[in-house]
Design a protein around this ligand. Sequence first.
Ligand code: HSE
Length: 325
Amino acid sequence: MNQFIKKYYDALITPSGGGGAVTVLSPATVANIVCGFDILGFALNEPNDEFTISFSDEKGVTIINDDEYNLPLDSEKNVSGAALLALLDETPDIKGFQLISKKNIKPGSGIGSSAASAAGAVVAANYLLENRFSKEDLVRFAMFGEKVASGVKHADNIAPAIYGGVTLIRSIFPLDIVSIDAPELHVTVVHPQIEVRTADARQILKQRVLLKDAIKQWGNIAGLVAGFLKHDYDLIGRSLEDVIIEPVRSILIPGFDEIKKKCKEAGALGGGISGSGPSIFMLSQNAVAAKVIEAVMKEVYNNMGLAYHTHVTTLNQQGVKLISA
Ligand code: HSE
């Protein structure tokens, strides 16, 4: 940690600095879960961003970056900042916040980096405010952050980041979020080191859908939700099919078809593009299978000579986690 950043942490944990700092871990998330574009998502236990927040005497949101990403310091252009400004609009008694942002989830990776920033910031602020707001309110604030990131308010990363587990966003206007019970699931993610901007990955989508494709997709979404609720792994696997978004977006991801085919042959239940990509995720029934899938993913990208990162993890049932207050 550099001396500049250390000064801020020290000020927060010493009484002379005002005390009252809250630190949270905010999880990566997988949006869409293949067939549920913009309406389904789940949270991961790894990786996480870390946010430390305190009240500030300065108006608005002061952002301090404690990582390598050089994200905007202007709060209106910063995902965490925009979410906190939305929250401040409804807290006239609070002047401002200071937020130290330590990101581990690489922006543009497709595992909900912007949602982790927005959700982590508002959940941390809510702890400072002694839980003044409901989870649904926090999703509403955090969506302002997503708008900064992708130009559109969507909640399929934010809702699982805040609620934990698998969430269904039945509607965003008005918000209607449903937590879906799910069996134990192991998740393998590979992140090829290319960047796909969510805004671009949305731009290329077709605006019209054939009825026959819509019917297939409805069957898969209903099957996936039923599979989660019934803890039916076969049904989950059969339902991880996307006939609308994946055919268009997968061309942006090198090796996508090969990875998907080989992972399924190696025993994955199924999977696909994580959010808008470029990360690819696969679900497995146990930890051993998830490690085998990681090896398969690595082999494909090693053979292609493409750099990548992998994560082997599980479903996070808790969402943003308080680590100190
Ligand atoms: N549902 C969004 C999309 C998620 O696929 O564009 C972005 O992470």
